[in-house]
Write a protein that binds this ligand. Structure first.
Ligand code: LLP
Length: 417
């Protein structure tokens, strides 16, 4: 990440940019997500600049963090966006993003979503099956429009990540087997309501090695060359997202190395390079601020029960993910090992296990690297209102999503007549 660390200790207290986190908690309550504007904008600019030598478009993967304030920062930088639903398209538009820079991914687009996206004039549909192509062609025909299309190929490479977030292996539900792609491209080229534009892939998420990318992109480029030889010329090549960050002790792929690899593979090519980073742009830019409610020390385990839970951050429960937990005011007393758990009635409701910390009740903790796949995966389980989201900008704090109120939770519901 560029510039100074967005979250750092100043006079013994953790700050977001220049704002002490204790004052954030006092003013807005906990649990809350605190994002740094500088970290978000800086990560996008750094990512974009790495590819300056190639014609390219950074399409931020909205699923990582879809808050309007976050999207607004990227929209002002003239980012493209990678969406997976009509809901995400609506968010991009509401945040001032340009729909003509939107690529639409996902295996289950509905006819209604296709209509909205066609009407919004998006850049490309990343089609994931022959059946989806048929529906898209029919919808576009009915609307008298031409749908720009890329086929998502499955290159059958192992990205070496958690099985739930590996997507480029043959057995995954994503994409079209790369051997089957040429026939589907030939078919697509005959459809009058379809304009064949590109090819895309996404092999997985939280990837920390370069080799799977090289393997996958090389396979994709041979496909592009074979298509060109048979008269199907593509205008863009989309390499997806997936670059990992450091949660614990991972060694993320340096951006410069990733960019150099792509520059080498794309040397002499004319197609535009599309990239779909999500986590890499937002992950490190946020913390989940939570307060210790109770300390419970048993014979075999000690629990710190905090006011955030698996409904706010499900990654530890779902993927065994490890997030650093930093006290806002570190104490110099002897640490003890704590399981940091939430109030949800599930044994799987933990945020961190076996962490050496010196804790008192009412202490504030920052759960790090929660700018990606935290709020977007949150729920109202146990009828818990969702946390508020804040963006800190220097000395200022903007509420970009206020805390949900309990009455809102069941507003769409009704009793029987
Ligand atoms: N493009 C496509 C087509 C994707 O499916 C994804 C993520 C991305 C781009 C962005 O990937 P990123 O650069 O953020 O790795 N909930 C999981 C991650 C799921 C990722 C799904 N697809 C987690 O919390 O780790």
């Amino acid at each position: 990440m560029s510039a100074a660390a967005p979250f750092a200790y100043v006079n013994g207290e953790l700050h977001a940019e220049r704002v002490p986190l204790s004052s954030v908690a006092a003013q807005f309550g906990t649990p809350c997500f605190v994002y740094s504007r500088e970290a978000l904008g800086g990560a996008w600019r750094e990512f974009d600049a790495a590819f300056a030598a190639l014609p390219h478009l950074v399409c931020y993967a909205v699923k990582a963090n879809a808050n309007l304030g976050v999207l607004d920062i990227f929209a002002r930088l003239r980012s493209g966006f990678d969406i997976v639903s009509g809901g995400e398209l609506a968010r991009v538009v509401a945040a001032g993003g340009d729909p003509r820079k939107v690529v639409f991914s996902g295996v289950g687009k509905t006819a209604a979503e296709m209509e909205t996206a066609l009407a919004a004039d998006i850049l490309c549909f990343n089609v994931e099956s022959a059946a989806e192509l048929a529906l898209l062609a029919a919808v576009a025909h009915r609307m008298r429009r031409i749908a720009p299309v890329s086929l998502r190929v499955n290159p059958d490479v192992d990205p070496g990540t958690h099985p739930y977030i590996a997507t480029g292996l043959r057995e995954s539900k994503f994409g079209i087997d790369i051997e089957d792609a040429p026939a589907l491209y030939r078919h697509a080229a005959t459809l009058p309501s379809i304009a064949v534009r590109g090819v895309d892939l996404h092999i997985g998420s939280q990837i920390t090695e370069l080799a799977p990318y090289r393997q996958a992109v090389e396979k994709m480029l041979s496909l592009v060359d074979a298509l060109a030889a048979s008269g199907i010329a593509l205008t863009h090549i989309d390499v997806g997202g997936g670059l990992g960050i450091r949660y614990r002790d991972e060694t993320p792929v340096p951006l410069a190395e990733y960019a150099a690899m792509l520059a080498q593979l794309f040397r002499g090519r004319r197609e535009m390079l599309l990239l779909e980073p999500g986590r890499r742009l937002t992950g490190d830019a946020g913390v989940l601020l939570t307060r210790v409610l109770y300390l419970k020390t048993g014979h075999s385990k000690s629990f710190a029960i905090v006011d955030a839970a698996m409904n706010d951050l499900i990654r530890p429960s779902l993927y065994d993910a490890w997030h650093a937990v930093d006290p806002v005011h570190p104490r110099s007393t002897e640490p003890r090992r704590w399981d940091i758990v939430g109030p949800v009635c599930e044994s799987g409701d933990f945020l961190a296990l076996d962490r050496p910390l010196a804790l008192h009740e009412d202490d504030l903790l920052a759960i790090r690297a929660t700018g990606a796949y935290a709020m977007t995966m949150s729920s109202n389980y146990n009828a818990r209102p969702r946390a508020c989201e804040l963006i800190v900008d220097g000395e200022r704090t903007h509420v970009v999503r206020r805390r949900e109120r309990i009455d809102e939770l069941f507003k769409p519901e009704s009793r029987l007549p």
